[in-house]
Write a protein that binds this ligand. Structure first.
Ligand code: G3I
Length: 344
């Protein structure tokens, strides 16, 4: 009897140790970038691309550190309407499903762009009537498909040249500048709730290209065209200097009643990276995060993928890279800690 009681006491002690030990050892998880950004009413996101989703350590971080996702390619025209009138949303859907499983919101990217168009569209001439019909159908089919699944769309991407003139795309050449207002109206008809953006690079500073957006936004708002935000891509490069007027620029768009977003952030450098370059990069990431936090209507920040492992930079700019806050081994770089500091 006594031996039984002793055995029972031993068993109870073992159970108690088993139950309490992990709790005693467990440390609270540090807040993620998303957690920190949410305290400011902002999101902190990353782009991703379908081929990368088989990389489990990569998707684990993607799913935990961020609360917003942008498909890097999967919602573009070549992917979604590979033949005229034949729509394929499988790549975008894969990313939307993953984002939903991780409670992340999705920015739709992008409906109208001169690049990555399907051959059937770019390889022939169109009359204005034909192209208007093609454009309207593409926009409305895609926006309807993702209604309620994306919170924002980059409706028109990269519409201006560096000097602020319209880029001579097939849409501009065939339809004139009014294609932008039409695209916004058609998108709004298809999903009256989704936020509609114009998005471009090299518009972080005040200058001819961002002035062109400012003027266009003023006109569109005055005409009652549904435009809700401007996406500043923020593909920065150490050799070109930090866009010192970023905060003022964000603020002037806010004053027009528009949201802004830093929509495709990366900060490239000549490789190899060294301590000094990484420190400057970290300071820039901190500064752009602070600039967004300082302007109420800057709604969030999206990295153009979060790791150097999947950055677009080395393939497009020879000798450059190391642009993101995580390195190729998915280890956080000084930039990551600088962003945390800025968000605290
Ligand atoms: O799909 C083909 C694949 O079949 C082929 O084997 C492979 C070989 O090169 O190429 C694949 O296509 C690549 C595509 O990405 C999908 O991975 C293209 O070559 C490549 O040029 C393309 O690059 C994309 C780039 O847009 C095109 O301009 C990048 O991944 C994407 O991150 C980048 O994103 C843009 C934004 O949409 C707009 N702002 C600028 C930003 C950076 O360029």
């Amino acid at each position: 009897m006594r031996r039984n009681r002793l055995r029972l006491a031993g068993l109870l002690a073992a159970v108690l140790v088993a139950v309490t030990a992990p709790a005693a050892e467990a440390r609270p998880e540090p807040p993620t970038l998303a957690d920190l950004a949410q305290r400011h009413g902002r999101y902190f996101g990353s782009a991703t691309d379908n081929p990368e989703l088989t990389d489990a350590p990569y998707t684990a971080l993607l799913g935990s550190e961020f609360d917003q996702i942008t498909p890097g390619n999967g919602m573009k025209w070549y992917a979604t309407e590979p033949q005229q009138g034949v729509f394929d949303f499988s790549q975008g859907d894969e990313i939307v499903d993953l984002a939903r499983a991780n409670h992340q919101k999705v920015r739709g990217h992008t409906l109208v762009w001169h690049s990555q168009l399907p051959g059937w569209l770019s390889d022939r001439e169109w009359t204005a009537d034909e192209l208007r019909a093609v454009l309207k159908k593409h926009i409305q089919t895609e926006v309807r498909h993702y209604r309620g699944k994306v919170f924002a769309w980059d409706v028109v991407n990269e519409a201006f040249n560096e000097d602020g003139t319209y880029r001579e795309t097939v849409f501009y050449r065939t339809l004139g500048p009014g294609y932008i207002a039409d695209a916004l109206r058609w998108a709004h008809q298809a999903d009256p709730r989704v936020k509609l953006y114009l998005n471009d690079y090299n518009i972080e500073s005040i200058g001819p290209k961002s002035d062109a957006y400012y003027r266009l936004a003023q006109e569109l708002r005055a005409q009652g065209v549904p435009l809700h935000g401007i996406g500043l891509q923020a593909h920065l490069a150490l050799q070109y200097g930090y866009p010192a007027t970023l905060e003022d620029n964000l603020r002037r768009f806010s004053r027009l009643g528009l949201d802004t977003a830093l929509s495709e952030v990366d900060i490239r450098m000549y490789v190899p990276a060294d301590e000094a370059k990484l420190a400057t990069q970290a300071a820039w990431y901190r500064d752009l995060t602070e600039a967004c936090l300082a302007v109420r209507r800057c709604v969030g920040i999206t990295l153009w993928d979060y790791t150097d492992k999947y950055s677009w930079i080395p393939a497009f700019f020879e000798g450059e890279g190391a642009a993101l806050p995580w390195d190729e081994q998915l280890r956080p770089k000084p930039a990551y800690y600088a962003i945390r500091e800025a968000l605290k």
